[in-house]
Write a protein that binds this ligand. Structure first.
Ligand SMILES: [Zn+2]
Length: 340
């Protein structure tokens, strides 16, 4: 395969702290030889693991982007044993535009493994796949529900086949110390960033830190505290690893989201009213929300019911709803021992 078209302005193998950028070539009507900058930082000292901290994979998911920018400011080489590489905003034009996808319509989290001769999002994916993931022992990819959904604030994971990788991912997921964790599946296509990293054998940690177009202060704290504790847990940041038990908190609830029937979509166009919140317990048949019809105020609302007992995990954040939009997700609690 041809070499990467992406260049990096800093030396990722040098000790100390550097902040620079990746450049992807572009040609615009006002600049024939231009570049898109994707900012990147590296904080390294001594021997230890290499951890890649990524956020802004989806542009309108700001919780992780804020935490990653703060990490670039505050983490100093003398706190590190190994190397932390940070890309706080993977999709800058989408982030500035408050959109999930790139302006071209591309979903960066369906762009992997990418290719050097593809469009810009595939060139960036290819650089991560062939240059950055091979350097890394650990890949952290922070998401949330974005504008469109409110997701129970949590760290989450794929249940990968390799038992050692699965155990390491479970323990790292728990080190985020969120009240809940979620086991997810890919229901809308392939080419996900974490899957490419998992296929390369990496310890992958992902999150869903709320969403819905507003980030309350406690969510920013969860993003920051969880990220730092995971960095200590994997051994790249010095300091005491915290546990929920050590903080006097009950064990986290792990919610199994691997049954696609629990991802409920709207049967028709309408206006969605949530009747329960993410984190609320639910029983099979109980309404989680209902659909109103702006052109038919004489028509009763359509109740949208949970397919199973468990917990509400996601509700749609934007009431206006098209047929086929996900309106809510539920999941069932699972014993962590069954994942080992
Ligand atoms: Zn996302």
């Amino acid at each position: 395969m041809s070499p990467s078209t992406v260049s990096c302005s800093i030396d990722l193998h040098a000790p100390g702290k550097q902040i620079g950028h990746l450049r992807i070539n572009k040609i615009t009507n006002t600049a024939g030889w231009a570049s898109t900058f994707i900012h990147i930082g590296c904080i390294a000292q001594g021997d230890g693991p290499t951890v890649l901290v990524l956020a802004g994979n989806h542009g309108d998911e700001y919780e992780g982007q804020v935490a990653a920018m703060r990490l670039l400011q505050e983490l100093q080489p003398d706190q590190v044993t190994g190397r932390v590489i940070v890309i706080p905003v993977l999709s800058p034009t989408a982030s500035k535009g408050n959109t999930r996808n790139w302006p071209s319509g591309a979903n960066f989290n369906r762009s992997f493994p990418g290719r050097p001769d593809g469009p810009p999002h595939e060139q960036l994916a290819d650089y991560l796949t062939r240059a950055l993931f091979p350097m890394a022992d650990v890949v952290i990819d922070m998401h949330s529900g974005g504008r469109s959904a409110y997701f129970l604030p949590c760290s989450h994971m794929h249940v990968v086949d390799n038992p050692a990788q699965r155990k390491a991912m479970l323990e790292a997921m728990e080190a985020w110390c969120s009240d809940h964790h979620y086991l997810y599946i890919d229901i809308n296509g392939n080419g996900l960033l974490p899957v490419e990293a998992e296929n390369q054998g990496k310890l992958v940690i992902t999150t869903e830190l709320g969403g819905g177009g507003r980030t309350p202060a406690p969510i920013h704290r969860l993003a920051w505290d969880g990220l730092n504790n995971v960095l200590r847990h994997v051994g790249v940041q010095k300091g005491q690893v915290q546990t929920r038990a050590g903080m006097g908190l009950p064990p986290a609830v792990i919610i199994d989201g691997r049954d696609a029937r629990n991802i409920v979509v709207s049967p028709e166009d309408g206006m969605f009213e949530a009747m329960l919140e993410p984190g609320d317990p639910v029983v099979a048949g109980q309404p989680v929300g209902r659909l109103w019809f702006m052109d038919r105020p004489d028509r009763p609302a359509e109740l949208l019911r949970s397919p199973t007992d468990g917990f509400v995990v996601v509700t749609k954040a934007i009431p206006i709803t098209e047929q086929g939009d996900c309106v809510f997700v539920v999941g069932t609690p699972i014993d962590r021992a069954s994942l080992l």
